[in-house]
Write a protein that binds this ligand. Sequence first.
Ligand code: EPU
Length: 335
Amino acid sequence: MNIQENISLKKYNTFGINVNAKRFVSVNSLYELKNILKEEQNVFIISGGSNMLLTKDIEELVIHLNLKGISIDRENDNSVYLTVNTGENWHDFVLWCISLNYGGLENLSLIPGNVGTCPIQNIGAYGVEVKDTITKVEALEIETGKLVIFSNEECEFGYRNSIFKNQAKGKYIITSVSFELTKKNHALNTSYGAIEQELASKNITKPNIKNISDAIISIRQSKLPDPKKIGNSGSFFKNPVISLCHFEKLKSKFPEIPHYIISESSIKIPAGWLIEQSGFKGKRLGDYGVHEKQALVLVNYGNATGKNIYQLAQSIQNTIKSKFSINLEIEVNII
Ligand code: EPU
């Protein structure tokens, strides 16, 4: 076990925030991980580092999950069942599936992060959520060192939510995720406006999963910053859901307000629109700000601190609260 001291976490989080880990270890196997947990349970887990804002140095032992490997558990004519270790890069895994014509994840192309964190916030984009393909999640219980299996149902998935953000938070380390993907008759999801436009611009009328993935990659590249170039954590806030009555009041004041009907009594409003209307889109304060093409994304242009970005987030929340009476909930984990 190679524990290093005073390591910068800048390259381990997609926001590119430079905080110090007092002690740091990268683990490559379940065996190593179990051994570390026998010695130490006050740990801080980092995987792809794509959904966290680090606002302080980390005093606990930082464990970087680097467990790799994909296995095909079984397959039949229609489906393939895979188990993927936690440290595999998400987008590389999606591309691997597409190369083998395994369908179901193409709409989730180019999402930053690792496979092991995809269930935590139930990643979603362009009409698809990862919960639709997950069969089970395997996790180590930190306190006991025992492996526990969570079925899809037991993961209690919701919009950007799961048991791992609630009762199970801080208690488990996800070690692998299992998926069921289609081998033929893929259920293509092109209903999200921008996908159809993108396909039409390439004259594709009968898309396959590769075409859809390519379309999504180009849509995402056109409006979301590449974390390798500009530090960010994707959508910083959740899209808020408000009551119909609240929505009607807002609509009389802002007739053009975009919205999605969730149920008879609840309406989802794009947070990006609220933030743009409040004048924050493209705003830059020194080394940090709000992305110029997508107001839902906060960015670090270089040497911003987590506190800088958190303060900006709070000032956005306060403005949205007073202008629209809406509580914007932060999606990213604030550490
Ligand atoms: N909008 C604006 N200004 C902006 C951004 C958005 O007015 O700066 C309005 C537009 O009306 C637009 C609407 O918001 O039509 C929706 O925007 P978009 O389609 O870009 O999607 P989003 O609601 O901002 C969500 C997810 C993204 C996901 C996209 C595509 C959340 C919090 N975010 O964003 O997820 O990629 O849909 O499906 O649900 C992520 O979670 O990190 C993420 C990037």
